[in-house]
Each structure stands twice: as structure tokens, then as C-alpha cells.
Design a binder for this molecule. Structure first.
Ligand code: HEM
Ligand code: HEM
Length: 193
């Protein structure tokens, strides 16, 4: 892949925009998901509105994730700091893959839950294709409940993963003296820490 002297200092601009836009989107999804299932009265207008928003923003995030992955595969990205130990490099690599993979699984489980419940995913009122027809899982009594449980555990598992990601950035700054934020930040600042 890229050699160290050819590697850029920062991620490509669209990746930096998508990183922060999606971080905001995920924050909304955790809050909205928790509120609609735990805080608002069942079968209320609020519940319906929040469900609609949760699903529509979720579909938007799926499109963002796909775009981001395509750009990620077609652009050069910065090398990890040269003095990082090999096991830590490996951990960073695996964690970054998980930060793409786990959100994709959360989204797939959410979509499956809506499809298997027979509701049909819509994006701000526009019907989306059925990806998980009930005939895919003919011998399971409650496929919707299984997808719901998966979605719940994956969504909160993803929250733990993201907290670990933030702690890793803080650790790199405080313990190793590397400021990684400029690599993903939006400003013109070329400081590479
Ligand atoms: C929902 C929230 C977030 C998700 C899903 C997420 C995910 C990711 C992913 C997938 C990468 C790119 C790895 C790559 O393509 O090689 C990345 C990079 C990065 N993120 Fe996040 N992130 C989130 C929130 C945050 C927050 C709040 C911070 C602030 C501390 C942050 C700081 C960084 C930094 C500094 C990098 C660059 C790492 C490097 O230098 O290689 N992220 N993030
Ligand atoms: C990464 C994006 C997503 C995150 C972070 C997320 C997060 C959450 C959370 C935290 C809950 C509440 C679980 C609980 O406390 O009971 C939830 C529920 C739900 N989500 Fe998502 N979600 C995402 C994407 C999606 C997508 C793409 C769909 C559908 C297309 C979806 C459909 C649902 C549904 C139907 C529920 C209600 C579950 C129930 O009936 O209890 N979600 N989500």
C-alpha cells in the first residue's frame, strides 16, 4: 500500500467531514433509540415520530457509511506514528476495522428488525427495499425479537467501542505525546502534533 514518505498527514477531506457528521448522527441514534423505547409513552405520537426519525436517519447513515468505505479504499491515509509498538499498531488496525464493521452490523440488525416485523423501512416517507424477507428465516418463531435483541446489544456494544476509541485518542495525547486529532479534524490546521 502507501509508503511512509508518500503518506499524507491527514485523512482525505471527505473522510474527515463524514467522520464528524456520522459521529453526530450516531450520538442522535443512541439518544433517539433510548428515548423512543424507554422514555416516551407506548403508542404515543412521540413514539411514532421518534421511530420514523430513528429509521430515516439510520438509512442516511447507511449511505454515509458506504460512501465513506468507498472513499477510504480509494484514498491514501496517514501512517500511524513511527514509534508505535507493533502490538499497539495491530490493536489500532483491528479497532479501526471494528469501528466500520460494528456500525454496519447495528444498521443491518435494525433494518432486519423492521423488515421481519412486517413494517417496511422508509426514508423520510420513501419506501426502501425489503432486504430481510421473513422467508429467509422460516424456522425461527420470533425472528423480529431476535433482530431487536441483536440490534440492542450491538448498539450499546458500539457505544463501548466508541468510548474505547476516544480513550485511545486521549492516551495517545497524554501518554505518548501524539496529537492525532489534526489527522481527522476539519480545520485548515496542518499541525501534525
Ligand atoms: C460515533 C463516534 C465515532 C466513530 C464511529 C468513529 C470512527 C472512526 C473511524 C472508523 C476512524 C478511521 C479509521 C481509519 O479509517 O483508518 C476514526 C478515526 C479517528 N477518530 Fe473517530 N470515531 C468516532 C468518534 C470520535 C471522537 C468523539 C473523537 C475525538 C476524540 C475521534 C477521534 C478520532 C481520531 C483522532 C481519528 C484518527 C485516528 C488516526 O490518527 O489514525 N473519533 N474514527
Ligand atoms: C448505527 C446506527 C444505529 C444506532 C446507534 C441505533 C441505536 C439504537 C438504540 C440505542 C435503540 C434502543 C434500544 C433500547 O434501549 O431498547 C434502538 C432501537 C431501535 N432501532 Fe436503532 N440504531 C441504529 C440504526 C438503526 C437502523 C438503520 C434501523 C432501521 C432501519 C433501526 C431501527 C431500530 C428499531 C426499530 C428500534 C426499536 C427497538 C425496539 O422495538 O425495542 N436502528 N436503536
Amino acid at each position: 500500500m502507501s509508503t511512509s514518505h508518500a503518506a499524507p498527514q491527514r485523512y482525505a477531506f471527505p473522510l474527515r467531514i463524514l467522520h464528524w457528521l456520522m459521529a453526530l448522527g450516531f450520538l442522535f441514534m443512541w439518544g433517539c433509540g433510548f428515548a423512543m423505547t424507554n422514555l416516551v409513552p407506548e403508542d404515543s405520537a412521540w413514539e411514532e415520530t421518534l421511530f420514523g426519525l430513528h429509521i430515516s436517519v439510520g438509512v442516511t447513515l447507511i449511505a454515509f457509511l458506504a460512501t465513506r468505505l468507498l472513499i477510504r479504499m480509494r484514498t491514501q491515509h496517514p501512517d500511524l506514528p513511527a514509534d508505535m509498538a507493533p502490538p499497539e499498531r495491530k490493536l489500532a488496525h483491528v479497532a479501526h476495522i471494528a469501528l466500520y464493521l460494528v456500525p454496519a452490523l447495528v444498521m443491518a440488525a435494525g433494518w432486519a428488525e423492521v423488515d421481519l416485523g412486517g413494517h417496511g423501512v422508509t426514508w423520510f416517507g420513501i419506501p426502501m427495499p425489503q432486504i430481510f424477507p421473513a422467508s429467509l428465516v422460516p424456522n425461527i418463531a420470533e425472528p423480529e425479537e431476535i433482530a431487536e435483541l441483536l440490534h440492542l446489544w450491538l448498539a450499546y456494544g458500539m457505544l463501548a467501542l466508541v468510548l474505547g476509541h476516544i480513550l485511545a485518542v486521549v492516551k495517545h495525547k497524554l501518554i505518548d505525546g501524539h496529537n492525532l486529532l489534526p489527522r481527522i479534524s476539519l480545520g485548515k490546521n496542518q499541525d501534525n502534533g
